[in-house]
Design a protein around this ligand. Structure first.
Ligand code: GLN
Length: 454
């Protein structure tokens, strides 16, 4: 009731929830109370969560921030959310997001922008919460849920976490099932939690993770008790500092925060080592070929027949065209066009195949440093703090918006785990985050090192 009250009070301004499932929340909470009374409480018993609108939730609003999924209520429950309910969690509602998870500011949502609960000192400017999981990050930051699910295809958990002073982890590709999650770029998409502390994130991730025969890319590995790793410390760990992440024009306060993070890790017994990830600069351009290519293919299913919106036309082709024209927003159309172009005959080898080769090189960069004894890598999470809603520069040039993910996309391209942890503030008091990148399926080290930094 306290969380539902907080949502009613704050959501009209923040726009973090697109649907509040209050009746269902009360039912789930009552069932939870009964389990607790019977001594059968699960690890997340009664914990109220917000769910990104990308996760299919049976019988309730699931529209991926898009107009084209109007009225869609799936007949199924995503594996990740089913795992959370199995462990006793309670759903408060569905969270706003960039349309089909395409964006870094939550401004591409059909439901309008989410407002970051943080503001610069003495400023009235509304800031973005980052994206695409902007609703998840804002809701956690503003205490409108105890934790949230999110997804990360190229930074969409970590960048919003950094912009809102929350913790977000993108697990290793294959750790969480993609089954029942609306697909953006299937070879990059991963679910993960956004929470207020590293420990909360570890608890949520333990429940969300696990092998799922319904997702062919799900990893058949036991799920560690991630919360048990949180207090493990960093003594003896080798932390890599990639020189390619020292970008020209990086604000001094972010450089300083990065140095501070290394100091904290050193003080707890870690060794810091300079490393090189030479293909870093190709990650963002290669991502913006691979991700739109897969998106154009995944989004072909929205044709006015099977889901949501239908705009009638004179024949079936006309109906497809009118539905897609009305149902998709500008950014989604841009991605579908780029994706269709790079996959088309004559361009496929020059763009798509080449981007996949670059992806292999990026992966090998990481493999080489890990083979050389590095346990985790520390970088800034984002090149800046949260920016203003409707920022003219970003609106005029989509590439400026894409640059928000310059530190985070490499991790998706290599399939690695990455955590963003709040580490400090900028001059105007806005949160800044640091990112730790880990070896495949070694999220435990990220929780342990993240705990030292938070
Ligand atoms: N901002 C990136 C994009 O727009 C990443 C999005 C994401 O991780 N879902 O594609």
């Amino acid at each position: 009731e306290a969380y539902l009250g907080a949502i009613a009070a704050a959501n009209p301004k923040l726009n973090a929830y697109v649907a509040v499932t209050d009746d269902q929340a009360r039912e789930m909470a009552a069932a939870s109370d009964e389990r607790l009374a019977a001594g059968k409480g699960g690890p997340l018993e009664g914990i109220p969560l917000g769910i990104k609108d990308l996760f299919g939730t049976k019988g309730s609003h699931t529209q991926a921030g898009s107009h084209i999924l109007d009225g869609f209520k799936p007949e199924y429950e995503s594996t990740v959310t089913a795992n959370l309910w199995r462990d006793g969690a309670v759903m408060l509602g569905k969270l706003n997001m960039d349309e089909f998870a395409m964006g870094s500011s939550n401004e591409t949502s059909y439901y309008g922008p989410v407002i970051n609960p943080w503001r610069g000192e003495g400023s009235n400017l509304d800031l973005v919460p980052g994206g695409s999981s902007g609703g998840s990050a804002a809701a956690v930051s503003a205490w409108l849920c105890a934790g949230a699910t999110a997804t990360d295809t190229g930074g969409s958990i970590r960048q919003p976490a950094a912009f809102t002073g929350t913790v977000g982890i993108k697990p290793t590709y294959g750790r969480c099932s993609r089954w029942g999650v609306v697909a953006f770029a299937s070879s990059l998409d991963q679910a993960g939690p956004i929470a207020r502390t590293v420990e909360d994130a570890a608890l949520l991730m333990t429940s969300m993770s696990g092998f799922d025969p319904k997702d062919s890319t799900s990893a058949d590995l036991a799920v560690p008790d991630f919360a048990a790793a949180v207090e493990r410390g960093v003594k003896g760990l080798v932390i890599g500092v990639p020189r390619e992440y020292r970008m020209d024009g990086m604000p001094e306060e972010i450089e300083a925060l990065w140095r501070q993070g290394l100091e904290w890790l050193r003080a707890e017994g870690a060794t810091v080592r300079d490393i090189s990830l030479p293909h870093t600069k190709y990650a963002l351009p290669a991502y913006y070929i691979v991700a739109p290519a897969e998106a154009s293919s995944n989004l072909a299913r929205y044709d006015g027949v099977k889901y949501g919106l239908r705009v009638s036309g004179k024949d079936i082709t006309d109906m497809y065209e009118l539905t897609r024209a009305a149902g998709f927003g500008r950014e989604v159309k841009r991605r579908v066009m780029i994706g269709t172009y790079v996959l088309s005959a004559g361009y496929y080898d020059a763009y798509y195949v080449r981007a996949q080769k670059v992806r292999t090189l990026i992966k090998r960069d990481f493999e080489a440093v890990f083979a050389d004894g590095v346990d985790a890598i520390l970088t800034p999470a984002t090149p800046s703090a949260a920016f203003g809603v409707g920022d003219e520069d970003m609106k005029a040039d989509p590439v400026k918006m894409y640059l928000n993910d310059v530190f985070t996309v490499t991790v998706n391209m290599a399939g690695l785990p990455g955590i963003a942890v709040p580490a400090g503030k900028d001059a105007s008091g806005l949160p800044l985050g640091l990112q730790l990148i880990g070896k495949p399926f070694d999220e435990e080290t990220l929780f342990a090192a993240g705990r030292v930094i938070e």
